[in-house]
Design a protein around this ligand. Structure first.
Ligand SMILES: Cc1cc2nc3c(=O)[nH]c(=O)nc-3n(C[C@H](O)[C@H](O)[C@H](O)COP(=O)(O)OP(=O)(O)OC[C@H]3O[C@@H](n4cnc5c(N)ncnc54)[C@H](O)[C@@H]3O)c2cc1C
Length: 378
C-alpha cells in the first residue's frame, strides 16, 4: 500500500512515525513537505523571548530515518482528490491512501497596516524577527491582538501578553510600559473556565488590559493606532499580531474545501473522497487548530490505515482530546486538558500554573522530536 502524506507538521510526522512503527518496510509511505525543517509551535515563543536560538529549534527533515518512510522535499502544486494524484515540483505521486496535512497558511497582508507597522509572531520568520524587535524596544504601549478567527493555538496570544510583560519587567522597562490583549473570545480559553480564570487573574496581577470579544481590523501606521472591528481605537508603540489564517492555496484550488477548510468525518477524518483523509489545521473538524489535535488525528488515521491493511473493519475513532501546556511567564506553566466531541459542549480541566510543569513541557517537546526524528533535543 502506498500512503502519500502531504505536510510534515505535527499531524503528518505523527502519522508517518506510527505507520513506520507498525508496518516498517511492509508499507510505502511518502512524506512530502516544502520546508527543510520542522519547528514546533511553542518554540516560536522561546525564540521570541530569548530562551532559545532559531537554529536550536529547527529540526531538519534530513534526519528522518524510518523504515518504510521516504521524505521528499517538494512543493505540492496540485491535488486531484478523486484520482488520489498529487503534482509537485519533484514529480507526480499516485496514492492508495492520500492524507492532506498541509496546515493553515498565514496572510499578514490581509490586515491593512500589519506588514507596514506591526509584527506578526505566527510564522517562524515573523517570530524570530520579533526577538530582535523586543531586544531593541525601549518600553511603551504594547498591544497583542488577533485579526481573525479561526487561529492556531488559542492560548498563544494570552501566553504572549504574559511573557512580553515579564520580559519588559525583567529589563527594568515595566514602569514605562503597558500591555493590552485584544481577543475575539469572551474568555481566554473558552472551553476551560478554570484556565480562563487563572489567565485573567495573571493579567490583573500584572496590569495587562484585556479586551474580550474584539478583533483587530487594521492598523493605522500614520497614527500608530489599532482600529478594532467595532471602531474602538487603541494606540500602540509595538503591535504583536496574530495574522489571518487560510488554507494553503493548493488546497483551496483542489476543490476539497467548504467554508474555507476541508470538511472531514469527525470520527475517521476521511474526506468526501474515498481513500483521502485530512488532518489538523487544514480541516474544519471542530477542534481548535493546535498541534496536539493534529497529532491525535494523525494517530487515528494511522489506526484506520492499519485496520485496512489487517482486513479488520474495527478502526480507531477520534475522541477530540488535547492536552496543552500554557505559559504563565514567571509563574511557570499550566496544563489544560480539553475535549471537543461533536454535538457536545467542549470541556476543559486546568492544573497549575506551576514551575513543575516547565520540565513536563520540555519533555513533551523532546519526546516528539525523538520519536519523529530519532534524535535527542535538549
Ligand atoms: C506561537 C505559536 C504557539 C503554538 N503553541 C502550541 C502549543 O503549545 N501546543 C500546540 O499543540 N500547538 C501549538 N501551536 C499550534 C501548532 O503549531 C499548529 O497547530 C500545528 O503545527 C498544526 O499541525 P498540522 O500538522 O496541522 O500543520 P503544520 O504543523 O502547520 O504542518 C503543515 C506542513 O505543511 C507544509 N506545507 C504547506 N503547504 C505546502 C505545500 N504547498 N507543499 C508542501 N508542503 C507544504 C508546511 O511546510 C508544514 O510543514 C502554536 C502555534 C503558534 C503559531
Amino acid at each position: 500500500m502506498r500512503v502519500v502524506i502531504l505536510g510534515a507538521g505535527f499531524g503528518g510526522l505523527e502519522l508517518a512515525s506510527r505507520l513506520s512503527e507498525d508496518w516498517g518496510e511492509r508499507i510505502d509511505v511518502v512524506l512530502i513537505d516544502k520546508s527543510d525543517s520542522f519547528v514546533m509551535g511553542f518554540s516560536k515563543l522561546d525564540v521570541m523571548f530569548g530562551r532559545a536560538t532559531a537554529d536550536s529549534v529547527r529540526h531538519p527533515y534530513s534526519a528522518i530515518v524510518k523504515p518504510g518512510v521516504r521524505f521528499v522535499k517538494a512543493e505540492v502544486r496540485s491535488i486531484d482528490p478523486a484520482a488520489r494524484r498529487v503534482e509537485t515540483d519533484a514529480g507526480t505521486f499516485d496514492a492508495d491512501i492520500l492524507v492532506v496535512a498541509l496546515g493553515a497558511d498565514l496572510d499578514p497582508a490581509a490586515t491593512p497596516g500589519l506588514v507596514e507597522d506591526g509584527h506578526e509572531f505566527y510564522t517562524n520568520e515573523g517570530a524570530f524577527a520579533v526577538r530582535d524587535v523586543l531586544a531593541d524596544f525601549s518600553g511603551g504601549r504594547v498591544v497583542v491582538g488577533v485579526t481573525s478567527t479561526p487561529f492556531k493555538c488559542p492560548p498563544a496570544p494570552s501566553e504572549t501578553a504574559l511573557m512580553v510583560h515579564d520580559f519588559l519587567a525583567d529589563r527594568g522597562l515595566g514602569e514605562k510600559s503597558d500591555v493590552s490583549l485584544v481577543m475575539p473570545f469572551g474568555a481566554p480559553v473558552p472551553p476551560s473556565p478554570e484556565a480562563s480564570r487563572a489567565l485573567l487573574s495573571a493579567f490583573e496581577e500584572r496590569g495587562i488590559t484585556w479586551y474580550p470579544n474584539r478583533v483587530v481590523k487594521e492598523l493605522d501606521p500614520a497614527r500608530h493606532v489599532v482600529v478594532m472591528r467595532d471602531g474602538e481605537e487603541l494606540p500602540y508603540d509595538l503591535f504583536l499580531g496574530v495574522p489571518a489564517h487560510v488554507v494553503p492555496q493548493v488546497v483551496a484550488e483542489s476543490g476539497m474545501c467548504r467554508d474555507g477548510w476541508i470538511p472531514v468525518d469527525s470520527l475517521t477524518l476521511e474526506t468526501e473522497y474515498p481513500g483521502v483523509y485530512a488532518i489538523g489545521d487544514v480541516t474544519s473538524v471542530g477542534t481548535p487548530k493546535a498541534g496536539v489535535f493534529s497529532e491525535g488525528q494523525g494517530a487515528v488515521v494511522a489506526e484506520e490505515i492499519s485496520s485496512q491493511l489487517r482486513g479488520d473493519p474495527q478502526a480507531g475513532s477520534y475522541g477530540g482530546r488535547g492536552v496543552c501546556y500554557t505559559e504563565f511567564g514567571r509563574d511557570g506553566v499550566g496544563l489544560v486538558d480539553v475535549t471537543f466531541l461533536q454535538g457536545e459542549r467542549p470541556t476543559g480541566a486546568f492544573t497549575g500554573p506551576s514551575h513543575d510543569f516547565i520540565e513536563a513541557k520540555t519533555e513533551f517537546g523532546s519526546s516528539r522530536i525523538t520519536r519523529w526524528f530519532g534524535r535527542d533535543w535538549s
